[in-house]
Design a protein around this ligand. Structure first.
Ligand code: NOJ
Length: 570
């Protein structure tokens, strides 16, 4: 993962469960018996539309492709799919440069295709979440074209325009996350505009009420089209210091080769929260959920995103969890405790389209499949809402470009060779072992790795020990087990350097989760009487181990990287 980009600033046992179908439209669905709104019980699944399924052979995924895979997603057990931007866009940043917020890019289909997808998903109890690129537009958006046309244009103040400093210098020292100055000079009007990301992604001026109104109306438009919420892109960058004070520079360089800057004056300004509260009010009118791309450095910062009265983002994604870039029981224990300490409902992710795939981040090169199951067992049994990344459930690996000429991601082009960009984690979904993994009949926009021969949906569907089948079992448990749905998180054996263990305790029952995060065999024992489980016995419900027997909790032998999940009764 790049260090400067704020993205990082960062089975063996079969469970006898039946498929869950716990929500029904309309969108203002009731809370369930324990008082949870639907999104707390849901498992979200991120779809990168360029790479999911191509229905027309042009090498790029599309909405009809996604629709053709809804049965798979339903059988996998996901409740909502978050589709990264599929709006009209010049595709400089693959959709994160939007030129029309209220339409679908022809490469992905039409608005009618989108409506059809929403209906088809609804029939399968799957909700659709759109990506709201709230901080910036494309430089081809009509608002920006007008803004740029003259200093007096109607949309001039919809973006951040400033005079430069003497000597042809930009207004201040702020840097773009995509490399270089965050200011671009426009010779036509003689001023600079601000862009946190690529030059083709000018930042909107959220101090202008007209911007807020227009953007809030965008969300209303999509609620009318049946979406159940939004993932908020780059949501902590909405405001900039009005005085444009220079940011402090720290020693060293970032991964883009720029000075190592602390974004004190253009990141996480308090004004963000006022907008979030108002955006939440609009969402509440439709019973919608907001997921946040919320990069935080502390539990206190993460807590702020829920809002002082739980009136901001319902699901701020906890990226501190992703900063644990090693398989370490103490490190994950600490992060989970921090998320719990916010008092909010945690939202866990282990991968997305901006970071190397979890399969390679945590894998040791020899036991990657086991480790992929271990990671899944962790984040799908914690208290909170998990957000999966497409392909994670089959153990997709990164396929980074080998030559600069092959790089598509603008960050990779600037960051090469130190940072190869994000193409590697965005490769086509691996459906089967045919040409291009069954993603397209044409030439895929990114190449499929060789591992598609072994790690693909078709093959893993038919292998009861596969990562995919393990995910399916976990998702069933996640939905059906009362302790996993509603139980508290209780950390166990907090000094164990190798084994992460916890209870999910609900009324008189609990689920015990034991994860051997080491490559060596471990032996553990638990006394659960402090938790109210005297002479407790465990009954295995899901394990990757051939050793772990059901029974007393005083000798549990764990193979390297073993997962042991058991129901505990008093
Ligand atoms: C965050 C998105 O996840 C990333 O892919 C994109 O490049 C930036 N925001 C800019 O929109």
């Amino acid at each position: 993962m790049p260090q400067n980009f704020r993205l990082v600033a960062l089975g063996i046992v079969t469970v006898s469960l039946v498929c869950s179908s716990s929500f029904s439209q309309p969108q203002k669905s009731p809370v369930h018996a324990e008082g949870h709104p639907w999104w707390q019980d849901a498992v979200f699944y991120e779809v990168y539309p360029r790479s999911f399924a191509d229905s027309n052979g042009d090498g790029i995924g599309d909405l009809k492709g996604i629709e053709s895979k809804l049965d798979y997603l339903q059988q996998l057990g996901v409740d909502a799919i978050w589709i990264t931007p599929c709006y009209p866009s010049p595709q400089v940043d693959f959709g994160y440069d939007v030129s029309d917020y209220e339409n679908i890019d022809p490469m992905y289909g039409t608005l009618a295709d989108f409506d059809h997808l929403v209906e088809a998903a609804k029939k399968r109890h799957i909700r659709i979440i759109m990506d709201f690129v709230i901080n910036h537009t494309s430089d081809r958006h009509p608002w920006f074209l007008d803004s740029k046309s003259s200093r007096t244009s109607a949309h001039r103040d919809w973006y951040i325009w400033r005079d430069g400093q003497a000597g042809g210098q930009p207004p201040n020292n702020w840097l773009s996350g995509f490399g270089g100055s965050a200011w671009k000079f426009d010779p036509n009007s003689g001023q600079y505009y601000y862009h946190y990301f690529a030059t083709a992604q000018p930042d909107l001026n959220w101090r202008n009420p007209a911007v807020e109104k227009a953007m809030f109306d965008v969300t209303r438009f999509w609620y009318m089209h049946g979406v159940s919420g939004f993932r908020l892109d780059a949501v902590d960058l909405l405001f900039e210091d009005p005085k444009l004070r220079d940011n402090p520079i720290r020693p060293g360089k970032d991964e883009m080769g720029d000075p190592n800057m602390l974004n004190r004056y253009n990141d996480k300004l308090p004004e963000n929260h006022q907008v979030l509260r108002r955006l939440r009010s609009v969402a509440d009118e439709s019973g919608a959920v907001l997921l946040g791309e919320t990069y935080t450095d502390s539990a206190a910062e993460l807590k702020e995103y829920y809002g002082a009265h739980n009136d901001e983002i319902q699901l701020p994604m906890d990226f501190m969890f992703c900063t644990v870039d090693q398989l370490s029981a103490p490190a994950f224990r600490k992060q989970i405790a921090l998320a719990e300490a916010t008092g909010g409902w945690p939202t866990y992710v282990i991968g997305n389209h901006d970071m190397a795939r979890s399969y390679v981040r945590y894998g040791d090169g020899k036991h990657n499949d086991q480790i992929a199951k271990l990671m899944a067992a962790m984040y799908l049994t914690l208290r909170g809402t998990p957000v999966m990344y497409y392909g994670e459930e089959i153990g997709m690996e990164n396929n980074d470009p080998k030559r600069k000429a092959d790089v598509k991601d603008p960050m990779g082009i600037t960051g090469w060779p130190k940072y190869k960009g994000r193409d590697g984690e965005r490769t086509p979904m691996q459906w089967n072992d045919s040409a291009h993994a069954g993603f397209t009949t044409g030439t895929p926009w990114l190449p499929v790795p060789l591992s598609a021969q072994t790690h693909n949906v078709e093959r893993e569907w038919n292998d009861r020990n596969s990562i995919l089948q393990f995910y399916r079992q976990l998702l069933l448990l996640h939905h059906r087990n009362p302790a996993l749905r509603d139980g508290d998180y209780v950390a166990l054996d907090q000094d164990d350097p190798h084994v992460l263990a916890y209870l999910r305790r609900y009324k008189k029952q609990a689920v015990l989760v034991i994860l051997n995060m080491s490559g060596t065999a471990q032996q553990v024992s638990f006394d659960l009487s402090p938790q109210g489980f005297f002479s407790a016995k465990a009954k295995t419900i899901l394990t990757t181990s051939t050793l772990a027997p059901s029974g007393p909790l005083d000798h549990i032998a764990l193979e390297p990287f073993a997962v042991y999940i058991a129901q505990v009764s008093p």
